[in-house]
Design a protein around this ligand. Structure first.
Ligand code: SAM
Length: 361
């Protein structure tokens, strides 16, 4: 009832998509030395949606150059798209899209997806001689918050709610984090994070990641103003899971209180993320829910509280260039007050995934 009011005519299609099988992306593992993985994926007509998006916007000549640059070390990027508030993504010219575009073309993150309307499934990943798996299957929309974070060489990065670890693994694929801290309050889920890193990342790199199980709400007091980039991927109503699975469903009566308290928990976690960020640093807040109460409202309230209670000014970044860049792969909702929302669609059944980027001034 709630979402039909919010999404209006779009809701029947989103609802049908949530009830159908979701689509996956294969996050290519740069640490694995399995041969011919990309060739095999491309033979099945899967493409790396990140480099594909860059190539389309830049045109063939520049696209090839960008790909070349992506293999090297050049990672100059902005990605903020500042000053674009209110601009419709679909009215942007290629030149206007270019700066944030550089953020993703210079990335070493590769994620293969099948074309729109193609519901082929990926076969399970296979290991190299050291046992490191070739790719990690995840909702491809989950990569957007990581790409929006646009990690720079040497950045200190905090993944505040990290388990089971898909986004931590994607952050490691950039190969440029100066330091990566991955935290999750749940000890059992943190174990799962360890397992994932063990299956995908060589020991010497794994050991550079500091993995903790603190209550993320306390992080601001533990280590404040330290990180260049902070990812706050909060617990939420996990809408896709909630419509399909009975087990541990957040809409079950016995979890009513917990569900009602979610926006408060999300706000506290985002506040902790903001406090952990150094001035000039950036926070990406994300959920896999369609709910504005867990998305825009949390972000707007956090910006208010940061200003009034901590005298910290946060600038909400315009991510419409990102939407423009990836609109061939994902269906975006066009009416978010702040941030971007990927809507599940039968031809591109990813998401929901909400993400919003804030810069600490
Ligand atoms: N980022 C993860 C990934 O990409 O695999 C998914 C994170 S999941 C959406 C949210 C996580 O928040 C859960 O693993 C949950 O245990 C954790 N969480 C819940 N409350 C927390 C808290 N107070 N502090 C830190 N983590 C918390």
């Amino acid at each position: 009832m709630n979402y039909s009011l919010q999404l209006k005519d779009l809701w029947p299609s989103v609802r049908a998509s949530l009830l159908c099988e979701q689509k996956y992306g294969a996050l290519f593992n740069n640490f694995s030395s399995v041969d011919h993985v990309t060739q095999e994926l491309e033979l099945l007509s899967a493409t790396d949606f990140i480099s594909e998006a860059s190539r389309k916007v830049q045109g063939p000549a520049q696209g090839a150059a960008a790909e070349e640059a992506g293999r090297g070390e050049s990672r100059s990027q902005d990605g903020s798209g500042e000053g674009r508030t209110g601009m419709q993504a679909d009215t942007m010219t290629q030149a206007e899209v270019s700066p944030p575009l550089r953020a993703s073309i210079s990335s070493t993150i590769k994620c293969y997806t099948f074309p729109r309307g193609d519901i082929t499934r990926f076969r399970p990943a296979w290991p190299d001689t050291l046992g490191l798996l070739s790719y990690y299957l995840m909702d491809a929309a989950s990569l957007l918050p990581v790409l929006a974070l646009s990690v720079q060489p040497g950045d200190f990065v905090l993944d505040l709610c990290a388990a089971p670890g898909g986004k931590t693994l994607a952050l490691l694929q950039t190969g440029i984090c100066g330091h990566l801290a991955a935290n999750d309050v749940s000890v059992s889920r943190t174990k799962r994070l360890y397992q994932i890193l063990q299956s995908y990342v060589p020991r010497e790199i794994r050991e550079t990641v500091s993995i903790t199980s603190y209550d993320g709400r306390d992080w601001g007091q533990l280590e404040s103003g330290t990180f260049h980039k902070v990812l706050v991927d909060v617990p939420c109503t996990t809408d896709r899971h909630s419509v399909m699975e009975e087990e541990n469903n957040i809409f079950h009566k016995r979890r009513t209180k917990e569900r009602q308290m979610l926006p408060m928990l999300q706000l506290q976690l985002l506040m902790a993320g903001i406090l952990a960020t150094r001035p000039g640093g950036e926070v990406v807040y994300s959920t896999c829910s369609l709910s504005p109460l867990q998305n825009e409202y949390v972000v707007e309230r956090a910006v208010d509280i940061a200003e009034t209670e901590f005298n910290i000014s946060m600038h909400i970044q315009d991510l419409s260039p990102f939407r423009m860049l990836f609109q061939d792969t994902f269906s975006f909702f066009s009416d978010c007050r702040v941030g971007e929302l990927v809507l599940p669609h039968l031809t591109a059944n990813f998401g929901p995934m909400y993400f919003c980027k804030l810069r600490r001034m």
